[in-house]
Design a protein. Structure first.
Length: 158
């Protein structure tokens, strides 16, 4: 992965513009985060992953939602077939949990500090196991609350 077949270093991956990624999103991927909000969502995902405050994947997210865990649900809009996660927004609405779509499953997986693409993620308000670092926890909570307000303003039901 790091080297090309001839032994030289591989070329860096070109950044794909937001509009190009949004073209591949499903028609039901609403509300879709705009470019600015998408960056904030993915940044929070990285912080949550480092703080161990995420649930990743369809099975894990649905299980957490049914156990009435609170958080922000982030879904990838370019999943094929989209039927894999069409039930998650309904469960989120039933439990009054804000959700938002991002255009790329690869970026969502990278934000979760994973090598694999991720179809959905639940960002929890507090880490599962609290760390001794109070400054980092306070910064994470502040970023979480700010993003939750922005997502609720974008969602029609909240």
């Amino acid at each position: 992965m790091g080297k090309a077949e001839d032994g030289s270093e591989a070329a860096p991956v070109q950044a794909v513009p937001y509009e190009a990624k949004a073209k591949f999103c499903s028609i039901i991927a609403k509300p879709l985060a705009d470019e600015k909000l998408c960056k904030k969502v993915l940044k929070l995902c990285k912080k949550a992953s480092k703080a161990k405050a995420i649930r990743r994947g369809v099975k894990e997210v649905v299980k957490a939602l049914r156990k009435k865990q609170k958080g922000i649900c982030i879904l990838a809009g370019d999943i094929s077939p989209i039927d894999v996660l069409t039930h998650i927004p309904i469960v989120c609405e039933d439990h009054q949990i804000p959700y938002i779509y991002v255009p790329s499953k690869e970026e969502l997986g990278a934000a979760a500090l994973s090598k694999r693409p991720t179809s959905c993620m639940l960002v929890l308000p507090k880490p599962i196991k609290p760390a001794a670092d109070d400054a980092g926890a306070a910064e994470y909570t502040e970023a979480y609350n700010e993003l939750e307000k922005k997502i609720k303003s974008v969602m029609p039901l909240f």
